[in-house]
Design a protein around this ligand. Structure first.
Ligand SMILES: Nc1ncnc2c1ncn2[C@@H]1O[C@H](COP(=O)(O)OP(=O)(O)O)[C@@H](O)[C@H]1O
Ligand SMILES: [Mg+2]
Length: 262
C-alpha cells in the first residue's frame, strides 16, 4: 500500500502541507477534493519528488533509546521508503508520474518519450521496438487518440482533452502500482473528463490492485469514477474523510462548512 504520514511541505519557505496522512490500499480509489490553493497539487508534486517542494524531514527525538528516533514524515510504497528517492526511482517502485513532470524535453516526440519511460522502468519487452509499437497502437486505438499525436513533440501545445488522453495512455503503457492524477481546472470539458474516467475505469478493471489518488475540485468527475474514499483538503490538511456520500454532500453544499469550522 501507499502510505503518507505526517507530511509537511514548504514551497519557497512557505508552509503549504501541514501534516497530511493518507493510506491507499491496492485496488482503492481515493478522491482528494478541496478549494483552490488548499495544497492538492502540492501533494501530487511532492509524491512525485519534485525538487521545488521541500519536505520537512525533521527528526523527532524521543526519550527512548536512540534507535527509536524517527523521521517525522513518511512516504512509503509497499513498505519501501520513497521520500528519499528520486522521481525515477519512485517511478520504478511503481508510482505513476504524469506528463507534468519531468518537464517536457525539447523536441522529443510522444512516442519516444513513452519508449524511454518504459525502458527506464525496465518494462520493455525483450523483442523490442516492434512489440512496443504494437502495444502502443493498441492502446492508442482504444483511447481514440489520432496516431499523428504520437509523432508530435511533447512541447507542442496539446489541448486539454489531448493532454488527458496522453496521460491515460502513459498510465496504460507504464502500468504503475499507484497513480496520482491531478485533474486541474484548466478548461476540461465533459468529454475530456469522460476520457479520464473511462481510462481509469478500464485500468481498474484490468488491474484489480491498481491504487489511484484522484485529485480534483470538480465533483462532476466523481459521477463517472466511483471513489472508495473521499478526502476534503483545506489549508494543507485533510479535514474530513468519508465515503462517496461525502462527494455528494460537497456537490450540494460546497466547502463552506469546512472552511468555517477550520
Ligand atoms: N511552485 C510554487 N511556487 C510558489 N508557490 C506555490 C507553488 N506551488 C504551490 N504554491 C502555493 O501553494 C499553495 C497551494 O497550492 P496548490 O498545491 O497548487 O493548491 P491546489 O492544487 O489545491 O489548488 C498556494 O498558495 C500556492 O500559491
Ligand atoms: Mg491544483
Amino acid at each position: 500500500m501507499l502510505v503518507v504520514k505526517n507530511l509537511h511541505v514548504s514551497v519557497e519557505g512557505k508552509p503549504i502541507l501541514k501534516g497530511v496522512d493518507l493510506v491507499v490500499r491496492p485496488g482503492e480509489i481515493h478522491a482528494i477534493m478541496g478549494p483552490n490553493g488548499s495544497g492538492k497539487s502540492t501533494l501530487a508534486y511532492t509524491l512525485m519528488g519534485h525538487p521545488a517542494y521541500d519536505v520537512e524531514k525533521k527528526i523527532i527525538t524521543t526519550n527512548k533509546p536512540i534507535n527509536t528516533n524517527k523521521y517525522q514524515c513518511k512516504i512509503m510504497l509497499d513498505g519501501k521508503d520513497l521520500l528519499h528517492k528520486t522521481p525515477d526511482e519512485r517511478a520504478r517502485a511503481g508510482l505513476f508520474l504524469a506528463f507534468q513532470y519531468p518537464v517536457s524535453i525539447e523536441g522529443i516526440s510522444v512516442q519516444n518519450f513513452l519508449r524511454q519511460a518504459t525502458q527506464t522502468l525496465g518494462l520493455q519487452p525483450k523483442n523490442g521496438v516492434l512489440k512496443f509499437r504494437q502495444k502502443l497502437l493498441h492502446e492508442v486505438k482504444r483511447l481514440g487518440i489520432p496516431e499523428e499525436l504520437l509523432r508530435r513533440s511533447l512541447n507542442e501545445g496539446f489541448s486539454g482533452g489531448e493532454k488527458k488522453r496522453l496521460e491515460i495512455l502513459q498510465m496504460a503503457v507504464l502500468r504503475p502500482k499507484y497513480a496520482v492524477l491531478d485533474e486541474t481546472d484548466s478548461g476540461l470539458d465533459v468529454d475530456a473528463l469522460k476520457v479520464v474516467a473511462d481510462g481509469v475505469n478500464r485500468m481498474m478493471a484490468k488491474n484489480k490492485t491498481l491504487g489511484i489518488i484522484l485529485i480534483t475540485h470538480y465533483q462532476r468527475l466523481l459521477r463517472f469514477i466511483k471513489p472508495d474514499v473521499v478526502h476534503v483538503m483545506i489549508d494543507g490538511r485533510i479535514v474530513k474523510s468519508g465515503g462517496r456520500e461525502l462527494a455528494r454532500e460537497l456537490e450540494r453544499e460546497g466547502y463552506r462548512k469546512f472552511l468555517i469550522s477550520h
